[in-house]
Ligand binder design. Structure first.
Ligand code: ADP
Ligand code: MG
Length: 562
């Protein structure tokens, strides 16, 4: 009775849902493990793909961790962190997105029994941080530099890295073909940081093998007017004029008002419009350009005018493409046709309009600045080409990373096994509980080779035992041994060119540890009812139907507890 008379302290709004303590932590860990389970099967060359189709009926087939995580539309607040690390891994290094999610999930899974047994999360976090530091030092120590090689040698080494990335993708069957294409493209753009200098164009139809690389720029023929067919479609060493203006007869009836006192003046107004456009066109022709591109429309009058003078033109060229043409041909995009000097015109060895599958392409090759490359992708279904593009993006990023940092480590789980062994060994020198935590961290790293085996249908325990034995050799010669994805045994992954740039591993370990520590440090979740209802119309209307009952139920529960 006395308890009921005590004033109740109301801190948060009614309907606020808070949960805290160990139970909350464990539930967060469970959510993250569930997310990791989703992408688990996509890891490695024998990984499976996911087909995701959204409420709008878009279908995406992908093997890329970041893409899948993005499309999953995860709402769990803690599990969202995993989505973020996958995204950041994707933008930072481009590959290893599945790896990072798997590792984070596994670190948490290993931490769960400790949390349940009452270990304070901060102890775990401290040990995990130490382990992460040691692991990264070890990766750096094991990394092999590919610096100081000739261009040819370097190319083949980079192609190995690209091939490792591609081997786990849908286009893995043609990995050598695409790997060398990617390497050529990346080398073509040199030290440029702008990734969009490598264009990827998708043309449905044909087979993968019909894909090709243009050392320069290619884009789909733009919308064109009558007269276009009379224009020449091939030039050698043409001058190229790039514009950002409209070459169209403007009838100003909508946005101008002119008062005339004498009907005879009317003709002069009409003439003025024609004079303006003819003046512009004349200046373009005088510049000596043989190819005129504009980001804005080039109308029928202009098209015919150029055709009569043997000039090729294309209007409404996408911004991105125009910039790439500018970079490649050394031209500058003009916003006025007055005073076009020779310096602003670009040039290339060959310009031509060519048929690719069902589409016509404008292709600029042999560009003097050579700072661009375009990959034209062919293939059957749309989803297939989309996934191929994503895979190429991974490979391009990897090659660029490898080119910049130029150190690689053995893939196929070899590096993970080696760090794991090293950490276990190190743990033995530590007194106290920390030893156990570091051991768990080491065990978590084994998830990569284990999953590679599982996905390929091998006996993971068997392979892992072999790997552990090999890596334990005192001479250290077992370090580069990883899973042999073809036979189900183990192989010297480094000697077999399963290579990954070391930044991929370093970044993945760092991000996964960060995420795990972050989730371990959360012990309370407060759900604010207001902010939840603000989440989109759909959620609100969906709730509206159930809102009443739900509210009652909620209150009912509260009453009972009191
Ligand atoms: P992520 O999104 O993390 O890059 P992937 O599905 O691309 O995931 O798988 C990458 C893993 O597959 C890496 O651990 C890599 O070492 C491994 N791997 C790639 N090619 C091979 C191969 N030929 N043999 C064994 N392992 C490989
Ligand atoms: Mg990959």
């Amino acid at each position: 009775m006395a308890a009921m008379l005590q004033p109740q302290i109301i801190l948060l709004k009614e309907g606020t849902d808070t949960s805290q303590g160990k139970a909350q932590l464990v539930s967060n860990i469970n959510a993250c493990t569930a997310v990791a389970d989703v992408v688990r099967t996509t890891l490695g060359p024998r990984g499976m793909d996911k087909l995701i189709h959204d409420d709008k009926g878009n279908v995406t087939i992908s093997n890329d961790g970041a893409t899948i995580m993005k499309l999953l539309d995860i709402v769990h607040p803690a599990a969202k962190i995993l989505v973020d690390i996958a995204k950041s891994q994707d933008s930072e290094v481009g590959d290893g997105t599945t790896t990072v999610v798997l590792l984070a999930g596994e670190f948490l899974k290993e931490a769960k029994p400790f949390v349940e047994d009452g270990v304070h999360p901060q102890n775990l976090i401290r040990s995990y941080r130490t382990a992460c530091y040691l692991a990264i030092e070890k990766v750096k120590e094991l990394a092999v530099s590919i610096e100081g090689k000739s261009l040819e040698e370097k190319k083949s080494l980079l192609a190995k890295c690209a091939a490792t990335t591609l081997s786990s993708k849908l286009i893995g069957g043609e990995k050598e073909f695409f790997a060398s294409m990617v390497v050529d493209a990346v080398i073509a753009i040199g030290n440029e940081d702008r990734l969009n200098l490598i264009g990827v164009k998708k043309v449905p139809g044909g087979t993968m093998r019909d894909s090709f690389l243009v050392n320069g720029v290619a884009f789909k023929k733009t919308f064109s007017y009558a007269g276009f067919e009379q224009q020449p479609k091939k030039f050698l060493n043409p001058k190229i004029l790039l514009l950002n203006i409209e070459l169209e007869l403007k009838s100003e009836k909508e946005n101008a008002e002119i008062r005339l006192s004498d009907p005879s003046q009317y003709q002069s107004i009409v003439d003025a419009e024609w004079n303006i456009i003819y003046d512009k066109l004349d200046k373009c022709v005088k510049s000596g350009a043989k190819v005129v591109l504009s980001r804005l429309a080039i109308g029928d009058l202009a098209t015919q005018y150029f055709a009569d003078r043997d000039i090729f033109c294309a209007g409404r060229v996408a911004e991105e493409d125009l910039q790439r043409v500018a970079a490649a041909t050394g031209g500058t995009i003009q916003t006025s046709v007055n005073n076009i000097i020779d310096e602003v015109l670009g040039t290339c060895e060959v310009f031509e309009e060519r048929q690719v599958g069902n589409e016509r392409f404008n292709i600029f090759s042999g560009c003097p600045s050579g700072r661009t490359a375009t990959i034209v992708l062919r293939g059957g279904a749309d989803q297939f080409i989309e996934e191929a593009e994503r895979s190429l993006h991974d490979a391009i990023m990897i090659v660029r990373r490898a080119l910049k940092n130029s150190t690689v480590v053995a893939g196929g789980g070899a590096i993970d096994m080696e760090i794991s062994r090293y950490l276990r060994q190190h743990a033995r020198t530590i007194a106290g509980k920390s030893q156990l935590f570091i051991n768990s961290y080491a065990k978590a790293l084994e998830v990569i080779p284990r999953q590679l085996c599982d996905n390929a249908g091998f006996d993971a325990t068997d392979v892992l035992n072999k790997l552990r034995q090999k890596h334990a050799l005192p001479s250290g010669e077992g370090a580069p041994y990883g899973v042999d994805i073809n036979t189900g045994g183990i192989e010297d992954s480094f000697a077999n060119f399963v290579w990954e740039p070391s930044v991929v591993k370093i970044n993945a370990i760092n991000a996964a540890t960060e995420a795990a520590c972050l989730i371990l440090s959360v012990d309370e979740t407060v759900k604010n009812p207001k902010s939840e209802s603000a989440q989109g119309e759909a959620a609100a209307s969906a709730m509206a139907g159930r809102g009443h009952g739900g509210g009652f139920r909620g209150r009912g529960r509260g009453m009972r507890r009191r």
